[in-house]
Design a protein around this ligand. Structure first.
Ligand code: KE4
Length: 430
């Protein structure tokens, strides 16, 4: 069997950076990525047999842990009936019923195959429905790789220090305006100046791509009021937060009703799935019901629907999110205590199921706060923990994820490793 290194060498010959998605390449933490051979519960094993407590969870989907028996059984049953039909199937209807039941702001929806497809379609719908062109996003916000979003994106592009990607036409980038996240006054100023030309505001209701930064009180409410007052569409990008931070996502947690919501990750249970939906008067404008075009060969794939339906059944169980909240709090408070004991400036942000680690005294409440954290210390911590069998996101600008499969044993093992890692960092910098 190849080693991680030799497989990475082969990968680099054929895949840009040796990966199929940039953040996996460990570019911002240094070193080479490991290759996962299998996953189960809270663990990953690489091809050399090393086991890791996994706090990435495939970047969000694995909220019930890897290889959950209910999800696996649902997929095995679906596979027995065929992999893809290209016709309507009952599972698509059941998925639509499950999502609209959990997220009542979604009166109607369309399944797609990734979060990017969902956000691109939602923006096209907002532009088509309002006959306006301007899209407002937030610095550090990431909405996938649609051209209109790679303007000061906050995920891979930020990690590489390239605030916008080559290949995005200037004429198109000019139609995306970027505001500071959590700055309601800046939004008010922009709307006062251009409100009648703004098609939509797209926002991560909890920022997860500039690391984890929750909304300030009043921020989301201000966006809701401004969009309503100026006839713009409010899009909550809940690809990451949907069904993670609460059964009904961030919109339930904060009590805000967006006009459109984009989803992904968890609703696929690990399979490639996205969705966009919201007000019926808007969604009825999507082809073939209306003139705004969007399509996808594998949209509503029966196997992916089966995986997603099983996952949504799990997250809808009573106390599922209360359990996530408890373990997220235990992890973050334990890490802060371990850093304090070692004298390392460190703080966390956390919401149920999702957290951010910052090498800064804190608080970290904005994109600029996040960019002034000590990324060298993060890099050292990342590798010190990896060497001790704990895998955090390989970037100082990504959120961490915990699952219902992470029990006390995994949290304790993580905190044991962290006490040693923080001590290692403290002595390295002194
Ligand atoms: P995908 O196209 O990668 O399925 O979804 C794009 C997307 C849209 N909106 C939000 C809020 C997202 O977080 C994402 C994707 N998240 C990244 C992690 N920060 C996926 C990891 C990756 O790019 O490999």
């Amino acid at each position: 069997m190849s080693s991680n290194h030799t497989l990475f060498q082969r990968a680099c010959e054929l895949l840009p950076g040796g990966v199929n998605s940039p953040v996996r390449a460990f570019k911002s933490v240094g070193g080479e990525p490991f290759f996962t051979a299998r996953a189960d519960g809270p663990y990953l094993w690489d091809i050399e047999g090393n086991r890791y407590v996994d706090y990435v969870g495939s970047w969000g989907p694995m909220i019930a842990g890897h290889n959950h028996p209910m999800v696996r059984a649902a997929v095995e049953r679906a596979i027995g009936n065929g992999l893809s039909f290209g016709t309507p199937c009952a599972a698509e209807v059941m998925m639509a019923e499950a999502i609209t039941r959990l997220m009542p702001s979604i009166e109607m929806l369309r399944m797609v195959n990734s979060g990017t497809e969902a956000t691109m379609a939602a923006v096209r719908l907002a532009r088509g429905a309002t006959h306006r062109d301007i899209v407002v996003k937030f610095e550090g916000g990431y909405h996938g790789v649609g051209d209109s979003f790679l303007v000061k994106a906050g995920s891979g592009a930020l990690t590489f220090g390239v605030p916008s990607s080559p290949g995005v036409p200037k004429a198109l980038a000019d139609l995306t305006l970027t505001l500071p996240y959590n700055d309601a006054d800046a939004a008010r100023v922009l709307f006062a100046a251009r409100g009648d030309r703004i098609a939509c505001v797209i926002v991560e209701p909890i920022a997860g791509n500039m690391n984890c930064i929750p909304p300030h009180a009043g921020f989301l409410e201000a966006l809701r009021e401004l969009c309503s007052a100026h006839g713009a569409i409010l899009i909550f990008d809940e690809v990451m937060t949907g069904f993670r931070v609460a059964p009904g996502g961030a919109q339930q947690l904060y009590g805000i009703t967006p006009d459109l919501t984009t989803l992904g990750k968890i609703i696929g249970g690990g399979m490639p799935v996205g969705a966009y939906g919201g007000r019926r008067d808007l969604m009825q404008q999507i082809a073939p019901a209306g003139p705004i075009y969007q399509a996808g060969t594998l949209s509503g794939n029966p196997v992916a629907m089966a995986a997603g339906l099983a996952m949504l059944e799990l997250v809808a169980k009573p106390d599922f999110h209360a359990g996530l909240a408890r373990s997220t709090t235990a992890l973050c408070e334990g890490l802060e205590e371990a850093a304090r004991a070692a004298g390392v400036p460190f703080t966390t942000n956390h919401v149920p199921g999702m957290f951010g680690l910052f090498f800064s005294a804190g608080p970290v409440r904005s994109f600029s706060d996040a960019t002034t954290c000590d990324t060298t210390a993060f890099r050292r911590f990342f590798h010190a923990m990896l060497a001790r069998g704990v895998y955090f996101a390989p970037s100082a600008f990504e959120a961490g994820f915990i699952s219902s499969a992470h029990g006390d044993a995994e949290i304790e093992a993580t905190l044991d490793a962290a006490r040693a890692a923080f001590h290692q960092i403290a002595t390295a910098t002194s």
